[in-house]
Design a protein around this ligand. Structure first.
Ligand code: DLL
Length: 433
């Protein structure tokens, strides 16, 4: 369902006129209220008046995560604290978290965007939404929550964790939409099975999964195990949280970016050059409606490409392809660049592979090594040792063939890799220590 027909199916020309108007307002706001941006403009001999077209945006330098950290915690806010009504922060694996703020209007904008997202993913006001994204500083829980209420659906604010109780709630309350990270969704399936509960007997129709990279194969696995249609939702705290882009359940081919609020660009992560549609690079966003925490040309570090082709759902907003990884997640193993998602694709191609895996990277005698720990199902694990070793070899050969990198593969017993209630930990890099 398209919740906001006006904006989402608007002819491109009209949409672009609105985007430009909103961009100019945002540029004025950041220039007047955030010393960081004023300084950036001045250093580059730019004034807000120089931005007269969407093309002119390219003249403004990028904003990076480091810039946000340097201005920790509130230095990038464009409004006084008394108008900030909400604060979130992204955990981040290194250094200080990134802190973001919202005015009352921002919270409302976000709720509207999330309502539109949920509708694109198949939800209606008749649905009961089981929201297993974590509530707290992470934007997932509250972001989905407010959107679900705005849509008029019934939301169960179950958050992450206490998995057995979640299964009981699913049985008793009959939720029809599941929102969770894809890795937690699989964990829910696993625990349900242990408890003798089949997803076939539950009422789920759609699942809205995101906050971490996942592959097309993993989608198939989730759809099969949870007996629902799975769509991909994308977002990041720095831009607003979830609700930046989502797949429509009609096509499930690329995520529509809400361009009436966010301008996407794809750049070459090394040269910074803007790349044409279809080319893969780093995703960059400019927010054009946010009050408290606007960002101009923010480098997300997420790798994807943009697809401007019309979609069968009728939306005119551009689509981004599935995020394949992050520039800072890239592992360099003896000089070969590898993304965890590429390993995942190889693993998922092999039948009987469970989508629970971890990559352990180390350095032995000055050489990088990578061990792929992969869980296998009960039946396979009880096979003879010889059989298992052959499988390990076969997977290692496939990784070498597809990705050009040598890896040790270790098949491990079911449920030995730690489960996460939020984002899965896919890589343990011992080289940094
Ligand atoms: O993960 C917001 C979110 C919550 C999105 C719930 C979707 C659902 P952060 O914690 O700031 O915000 O993390 C943002 O997570 O830059 C990506 O690297 C990754 N990410 C988010 N969605 C996807 C996705 C939330 N669908 C970072 N596919 C982003 C791949 C994703 N990666």
């Amino acid at each position: 369902m398209i919740l906001d027909i006006g904006f989402e199916t608007m002819p491109r020309e009209d949409l672009e006129a609105i985007i430009l108007r909103r961009l100019k307002t945002t540029i004025d706001r950041v220039y007047s209220n955030i010393p960081f941006y004023r300084k950036k403009f001045e250093e580059n001999n730019l004034s807000p008046n120089d931005i007269q077209s969407l093309e002119d945006l390219k003249r403004i330098p990028f904003t990076t995560k480091k810039d946000l950290r340097d201005n920790y915690p509130f230095g990038m806010f464009a409004v006084p604290m008394e108008t900030v009504v909400r604060i979130h922060a992204s955990s981040g694996t290194t250094g200080k978290p990134t802190v973001v703020g919202y005015t009352a209007r921002d919270v409302n904008t976000w709720a509207e965007l999330m309502a539109r997202s949920l509708a694109a993913g198949g939800a209606t006001r008749e649905d009961i939404i089981h929201n297993a994204y974590g509530y707290g500083l992470f934007t997932g829980g509250l972001g989905i929550h407010y959107g679900a209420e705005k849509l008029g659906a019934s939301v169960i604010p179950v958050s992450g964790g206490n998995t057995k109780r979640q299964i009981v709630i699913m049985k008793d309350f009959g939720p029809t939409i599941l929102t969770a990270t894809p890795s937690y969704a699989l964990h829910l399936a696993e625990v349900a099975e242990e408890m003798g509960v089949s997803f076939k007997d539950l009422k789920f129709k759609y699942g809205i999964f995101g906050a971490e990279p996942w592959s097309e194969k993993m989608r198939e696995e989730i759809e099969r195990k949870l007996n629902l249609i799975a769509v991909d939702i994308y977002g990041l705290s720095e831009v607003i949280g979830p609700g930046v882009a989502i797949e429509c359940h009609e096509a499930k081919r690329g995520l529509h970016i809400f361009e009436d609020h966010f301008i996407p660009e794809i750049i070459d992560p090394v040269s910074g050059e803007v790349l044409p549609y279809g080319e893969t690079g780093e995703l960059v966003f400019t927010t054009i409606t946010k009050e408290a925490f606007p960002v101009i040309r923010y480098r997300t570090r997420d790798i994807t490409s943009l697809n401007p082709e019309p979609c069968i759902c009728g939306r005119t907003h551009i689509r981004m392809n599935r995020v394949s990884g992050r520039t800072d997640d890239m592992l360099i193993i003896r000089g070969v660049n590898v993304f965890p998602s590429q390993i995942e694709s190889v693993l998922m191609e092999m039948d009987a592979a469970e989508p629970h895996y971890q990559l352990v990277v180390d350095r032995e005698d000055n050489l990088d090594t990578m061990t792929v720990l992969l869980e296998v199902g009960e039946s396979l694990f009880s096979d003879e040792v010889k059989h298992l070793q052959n499988r390990e070899k076969k997977i290692a050969t496939n990784i070498k063939d597809y990705l050009g990198v040598s890896a040790r593969v270790k098949l491990v017993e079911p449920k030995t890799i730690a489960r996460s209630e939020g984002k899965a930990v896919r890589v343990i890099d011992n080289r940094k220590i």
